[in-house]
Design a protein around this ligand. Structure first.
Ligand SMILES: NC(=O)c1ccc[n+]([C@@H]2O[C@H](COP(=O)([O-])OP(=O)(O)OC[C@H]3O[C@@H](n4cnc5c(N)ncnc54)[C@H](O)[C@@H]3O)[C@@H](O)[C@H]2O)c1
Length: 313
């Protein structure tokens, strides 16, 4: 299969690319490297480019499936810069859809988000009831609506994946407010107190990257997912304080968190309903403890370097 991935240097894209290459597929990758943190797999046919550029059009020739992951996706950055956010997440998505249409691509996988459920108070979240509130969530919704239009009027077979809190090796730990697991583990391994925004009682559905990659593969290869919207979560949630305690149990740092003012626009609870995803034959396999162990091993090896890792009790 010839698959084109936008955002291929990012967290989810880099894992998917490597898995597809291992399966013998051809991967064409686009990324402007504005936040990609891992070297792109050398077997990816890589093009450093912006998804808003017309120069990406020729790259879609002969492509069977497009997986559109490139996005501006840090909530606070999106709030600070709505114009850039709309440019990348809305115009960029429209440009990728148009490139796909002109090249006759049949299947399109869109990276949607659990932020679509921000204003919905019933749990677990089902795909048919959404209420995006933040600039980020609304920009992803607008991108999703362009996907729906291309599906309706141009016959593109779209699958939308609402990722919940994906974590694991190669998660973007460099951003202004890094994702929770990385931020905690890096601080604690450095001997610094981790920062919790708010009371720590927000609950998140964390899903490990390998389980996400499995669902991505299913979405792009299984025609049953055409025209479908899916939650990619674990179906279990943990509070931020519980994640801290699980990490502390692992690292024995003896460090207590610093609580700071809450961040604007974040949902209090996320929890995926994954019944229909299970019916496709998929289910999450990696639990929190194992996922944290693997994430910490990556951070020690890659982010901090073995020599700087404090020995654990
Ligand atoms: N990771 C999660 O927990 C999560 C949750 C919900 C939704 N998502 C969505 O999944 C997708 C992938 O997320 P991720 O965690 O891999 O993010 P990431 O930030 O690690 O990767 C995104 C990649 O897109 C690239 N990119 C950004 N703007 C670009 C542009 N204008 N042109 C070309 N490339 C550009 C970046 O350089 C980066 O490599 C995003 O669309 C995100 O909104 C992720």
């Amino acid at each position: 299969m010839r698959v084109l991935i936008t955002g291929v240097a990012g967290f989810i894209g880099s894992h998917l690319a490597t898995r597809l290459l291992n399966d013998g597929d051809t991967v064409i990758g686009i990324d402007n490297l504005c936040s990609g943190i891992e070297p792109v797999n050398p077997h990816v046919l890589f093009h450093r480019n912006d998804v808003r550029s017309l120069a990406i059009y020729p790259l879609f020739q002969g492509v069977e499936v497009v997986v559109h992951l490139a996005a501006k996706n840090c909530l606070v950055d999106c709030l600070d810069d709505p114009v850039e956010t709309a440019g990348v997440n809305v115009s960029g998505t429209a440009n990728v859809l148009e490139a796909a249409r002109r090249a006759g691509v049949r299947k399109f996988v869109y990276a949607d988000t659990s932020a679509e459920y921000e204003g919905v108070l019933g749990f677990p979240s089902r795909v048919d009831h959404i209420a995006p509130r933040s600039v980020y969530a609304r920009s992803k919704r607008a991108g999703a609506m362009f996907c729906e239009a291309y599906q309706e009027f141009h016959g593109l077979r779209v699958t939308m994946l609402r990722y919940f809190n994906v974590y694991g090796p190669a998660q973007d730990w460099r951003r202004r407010i890094p994702p929770l697991m990385s931020a905690f583990a890096i601080s604690m391994l450095k001997g610094e107190r981790p920062v919790i925004y708010g009371t720590g009682e927000k609950r998140r559905d964390f899903v490990y990257i390998d389980d996400v990659t499995e669902f991505n593969l299913l979405a792009l290869k299984d025609a049953r997912t055409d025209r479908g919207v899916y939650n990619v979560g674990s179906g279990i949630n943990y509070s931020v304080n519980e994640v801290f305690l699980a990490l502390e149990d692992l690292l024995k740092s003896g460090l207590w968190p610093i609580y700071k003012d809450d961040l604007p626009g974040e949902a209090q609870v996320t929890l995926a309903d994954i019944d229909s995803e299970r019916r496709l034959g998929w289910q999450p396999h990696v639990g929190l403890r194992e996922g944290l162990e693997r994430s910490v091993a990556y951070i020690e090896r890659t982010v901090l370097g073995e020599s700087r890792s404090p020995s654990r009790r």
